[in-house]
Write a protein that binds this ligand. Structure first.
Ligand code: ADP
Ligand code: ZN
Ligand code: ZN
Length: 719
C-alpha cells in the first residue's frame, strides 16, 4: 500500500495536495518541510498527514522529491495555530504555514541548518592543547575570547581544527547563537511600587493557565517592570516568554534592558528589520531561547516551552497586518495562549476599545496602574490653544512659541508633534487651484524639499518639483500647509540657538534610534520634531514640554476609529512629557477646544473617554459590539470593482443576524492606478458571521469576470 502524503503549499488555493511518498524517504512527521513538483516547478511544502488513499488515482500522483530535514520545521502547536488562522481569517492554510517560516526556509533552495556556531565547552575553558597543535590552540583561544566563531571558521577554513577540538571535548556545535560576552550591567529590579505589588499579587498566581489580563497603566507607571517580573517567574519554572511589541518600539535599548535584567538567559529578537540570515538563525534558535522579543510575525515563532505571552502597547495598529494574511498578532496571541493553555498579558496606557470592552465585561482581568512609578513624576498639565481666537503663523501660535522659548531657557527639552511628514502636504497653484495630484491615486503628492521631490505616500510615485504649474504655467507655486520638514525649518529660523532634530520615517533607519536616544539623553538635542513615531515608549527625563499641532482632521473624520486613535496618540505623546522629577506641560493647538475628547484628555481620564466611545459604538452598532468583515476589490475601473462586489453580494447566503451594507468606493478610491471598492458585512454574533463567510468565500472564487485583486479582511481596522 503506497504512503500518500498530504502537503500544504503556498498557493492561493484553499486545499491541500497529495503526493506519493517513496519508501526510501518515509516516514515523515507532520510539520516537516518537503520539496515537491508543482506544475512545471518545484515547491517547498509542509508535510501534514500520511494517508493510505487519495481522491486522486494513485498512479496519477507525483512523488515527493526530497525531505529537507528530519525534524519538523513546524511543531504541532504551530500547525494548530495556523489552522485556527486559516479558519478565522478564511485564508489558505498552506500560504499561512509557509508565511510563518523565515524567508530562507521558505525558498526552494533547501536550507540546511548546517551553519551552527562553534562554542567552547566547559572542559575547553581550562584545557591545555599540546604545544605542537598550534592551530588548535589558536582556535581555542579565539573561542574563549570571542564566542561568535562561525564567520571566522568559514574564513579561515578551520573546520579540521574545529573537528579536533570537538573530538577532544573542548568545543561543541550549537544552533543557538551565543550571547555576546559583554558583561551585563545588572540593574537588578527596583522595589515594586504598591500598585505594582498589588498587580503582581493578582497576576503571579494566574500564570499557570490560560487567561487574558489587561494591564491598563498610565504612561510611566512601570508596566515594563511588571512584565519583567512576570517573565522572571516564568523563567524560574524553566519556561519561555514571548514578548510582542510594535514594529518601531523594538529598539536596541529595549533589547539591552531585557538582557541586563536576565543575565545568563538567552534573550533573542525577531523582527523584519533583521537581515534574512539573522532572522532565519534566530528563528531556528528560538526553541532554545528563554525570552523572545519580537514584532508581529514572532507570534508564530517555535517556542516549545512557552509559558507566557506579553503584548505590549496592545492597541498599536502595527499588530495588524494589512496585506496577505490580514491577521491581528494580538488576537492570534490570545488564540495561541488559549491553545497552549498559557496566560496572555496585554498592556497599554490606552487599551484598544476591543480589549477594554472585554475587560469591562470580565472576560479579561483588568489591572490598573494609576500612578507613575517614580514617585516624583507627575502627569503633565494639558492646555489648549484655541485657534479660533489666536492667530497662527507658519503653523505655530505665540503661546506655543513662548513655551518652547521658556523650556529652552531652562535647559530642558521639548517635543513638537505633527503627524505629517514631508515639507508640506501639497504644492498649490494660486492662479488655477492645481493641488499636486498623484497621477496614480486619489491623493495629493507631498512636497519633500530636502530631496527636491514630490512624493505620493500611498503608492510611492515620485517626481521632480515642477518649476511652473503643470496646468496653467504659473511659475509661482506655493507650499500648502505644514509638514515636519517645514516645521523644522520654521523652528530653526525662530529659535536659532536651539538644537533641533527631526524624526519621522524619512529620517529614521532602525539603527538611528539608538543614536537618537543617546543624543537626547546626553542633552545634545533641545527640540525633537516628529510624527507619531515620537509617541512611542521613549523615556527622556529632561523632556518637559510636548507641543501638539494640528490634529483636528481626526476629530470629525468619517472613520469611526479616528477619535479612539487620536485620543490614544495624544495620551501617548503627552506621556512623553515630565517623566522624571520635573513637571511636564502639554500644549495642544486646536480649533475645536470644546470637543469632549479634550476634556477627558486634560483629566488623563482614559477610562472615562473609553466609556463614552463605547456607549457611542454600542448605540451605532459598531465594533466591538459588532463583528465586521470587509470584502475589498481592486480593478482598473471603478465599474469593474463595483460589479465584482455586486455579484459577490448576489451570491451571499442568507444568514440570520448577518447584515450586508451596499457596495461603495473605498475612502481612498484609487491607489497605484487601481480603483478600489468595498463591501462591509457585519453581525453581532461572531459565530454567525464566521459561518456566513465560510459558506460565502468559495462562491467568490467563481465570479467572472475576475478583478485585479480581492481580499477578505476579518476585523478590519482601516477602511
Ligand atoms: P511604562 O512601561 O508603564 O510606560 P516603565 O516600565 O517604562 O513604564 O517605567 C517608567 C519608569 O519608571 C522607568 O524609568 C522605570 O525604570 C521606572 N520604574 C518602574 N518601576 C519602578 C519601581 N518599582 N521603582 C522605581 N522605578 C520604577
Ligand atoms: Zn496653475
Ligand atoms: Zn500615488
Amino acid at each position: 500500500m503506497p504512503s500518500i502524503l498530504q502537503v500544504a503549499l503556498d498557493t492561493p488555493l484553499h486545499r491541500l495536495f497529495d503526493y506519493r511518498l517513496p519508501d526510501e524517504l518515509g516516514p515523515v512527521q507532520p510539520g516537516v518541510l518537503v520539496e515537491v513538483p508543482f506544475g512545471r516547478t518545484r515547491q517547498i511544502g509542509v508535510a501534514l498527514s500520511l494517508q493510505t488513499d487519495s481522491a486522486i488515482q494513485t498512479d496519477k500522483l507525483r512523488d515527493v522529491l526530497c525531505v529537507l530535514d528530519d525534524r519538523p520545521a513546524l511543531s504541532p502547536d504551530i500547525l494548530r495555530l495556523a489552522q485556527f488562522c486559516a479558519d478565522y481569517y478564511h485564508y489558505p492554510l498552506g500560504a499561512i504555514l509557509l508565511a510563518t517560516l523565515p524567508p530562507r526556509l521558505r525558498n526552494a533552495t533547501p536550507f540546511v541548518a548546517d551553519t551552527p556556531w562553534l562554542v567552547v565547552s566547559e572542559a575547553g575553558r581550562t584545557a591545555e592543547p599540546p604545544a605542537r597543535a598550534k592551530a588548535q590552540r589558536a582556535l581555542l583561544d579565539a573561542l574563549r575570547a570571542a564566542p561568535q566563531m562561525r564567520d571566522a571558521l568559514r574564513a579561515q577554513k578551520q573546520g579540521r581544527h574545529a573537528a579536533a577540538l570537538i573530538a577532544a571535548g573542548w568545543a561543541e556545535w550549537t544552533r543557538t547563537p551565543p550571547q555576546t560576552a559583554e558583561t551585563p550591567q545588572t540593574a537588578g529590579s527596583p522595589l515594586a511600587t504598591p500598585e505594582q505589588q498589588a498587580a503582581l499579587d493578582r497576576l503571579l498566581p494566574a500564570l499557570t493557565q490560560f487567561g487574558v489580563h489587561l494591564i491598563h497603566g498610565v504612561t510611566g507607571s512601570g508596566k515594563t517592570e511588571l512584565y519583567l517580573r512576570l517573565i522572571d517567574a516564568v523563567l524560574a519554572r524553566g519556561l519561555q516568554a514571548l514578548v510582542l511589541i510594535p514594529e518601531i518600539a523594538l529598539t536596541p535599548q529595549l533589547e539591552q534592558h531585557f538582557r541586563n535584567r536576565f543575565p545568563g538567559r538567552r534573550v533573542m529578537t525577531l523582527h523584519s528589520g533583521l537581515a534574512e540570515a539573522a532572522r532565519t538563525e534566530n528563528w531556528l534558535a528560538a526553541p532554545d531561547c528563554d525570552v523572545l522579543l519580537g514584532t508581529r510575525l514572532s507570534v508564530f515563532a517555535p517556542l516549545p516551552r512557552l509559558g507566557l505571552i506579553v503584548v505590549d502597547e496592545e492597541h498599536d495598529g502595527s499588530f495588524k497586518q494589512q496585506d496577505g494574511l490580514r491577521y491581528s498578532a494580538r488576537d492570534v496571541a490570545v488564540a495561541r495562549g488559549k491553545q497552549a493553555n498559557v496566560p496572555v498579558v496585554l498592556g497599554s496606557a490606552t487599551p484598544s476599545l476591543e480589549s477594554y470592552a472585554h475587560a469591562l465585561a470580565d472576560r479579561y482581568q483588568l489591572i490598573e496602574l494609576q500612578q507613575r512609578a517614580i514617585s516624583q513624576a507627575q502627569l503633565p498639565t494639558i492646555e489648549l490653544v484655541d485657534l479660533k481666537h489666536i492667530p497662527v503663523d507658519n503653523g505655530l501660535t505665540r503661546p506655543a512659541l513662548q513655551a518652547l522659548t521658556e523650556t529652552l531657557a531652562r535647559g530642558e527639552q521639548s517635543l513638537v508633534f505633527l503627524n505629517r511628514r514631508g515639507y508640506a502636504p501639497a504644492l498649490y497653484c494660486p492662479s488655477c487651484a492645481w493641488v499636486s495630484p498623484c497621477p496614480r491615486c486619489s491623493a495629493r503628492l507631498v512636497l519633500h524639499r530636502t530631496s527636491h521631490r514630490l512624493k505620493c505616500h500611498h503608492c510611492g510615485f515620485e517626481t521632480r518639483i515642477p518649476h511652473e504649474c503643470p496646468s496653467c504655467g504659473n511659475p509661482d507655486l506655493k507650499a500648502l500647509g505644514q509638514g515636519t520638514q517645514r516645521l523644522e525649518e520654521t523652528l530653526a529660523a525662530l529659535l536659532p540657538a536651539a538644537r533641533i532634530r527631526r524624526i519621522d520615517r524619512d529620517t529614521m533607519r532602525p539603527r538611528a534610534w539608538a543614536e537618537l536616544g543617546e543624543a537626547v539623553h546626553g542633552g545634545a538635542v533641545d527640540i525633537l520634531v516628529g510624527t507619531q513615531m515620537l509617541a512611542k515608549g521613549h523615556d527622556f527625563p529632561n523632556m518637559t514640554l510636548a507641543l501638539i499641532l494640528d490634529t483636528d482632521g481626526a476629530l470629525y473624520s468619517p472613520d469611526f476609529r479616528a477619535t479612539e486613535r487620536l485620543f490614544a496618540q495624544l495620551m501617548q505623546v503627552a506621556g512623553r512629557a515630565g517623566r522624571a522629577d520635573k513637571p511636564g506641560r502639554v500644549l495642544i493647538q486646536t480649533a475645536f477646544p470644546d470637543h469632549p475628547l479634550f476634556r477627558y484628555l486634560q483629566r488623563h481620564d482614559y477610562a472615562g473617554y473609553a466609556r463614552v466611545l463605547l456607549a457611542e459604538r454600542k448605540q451605532l452598532e459598531l465594533p466591538p459590539y459588532t463583528r465586521q468583515v470587509l470584502l475589498r476589490a481592486e480593478a482598473p475601473t471603478m465599474e469593474a470593482a463595483l460589479a465584482f462586489l455586486q455579484r459577490a453580494a448576489a451570491l451571499a447566503p442568507e444568514y440570520a443576524g448577518v447584515s450586508m451594507f451596499s457596495t461603495t468606493p473605498a475612502p481612498m478610491a484609487r491607489v497605484a492606478n487601481l480603483e478600489r471598492a468595498q463591501l462591509l458585512i457585519q453581525s453581532t454574533q461572531r459565530q454567525a458571521l464566521q459561518a456566513f463567510v465560510r459558506d460565502w468565500r468559495p462562491q467568490l472564487d467563481t465570479i467572472k469576470p475576475r478583478v485585479a485583486r480581492w481580499s477578505l479582511d476579518v476585523d478590519p481596522l482601516v477602511f
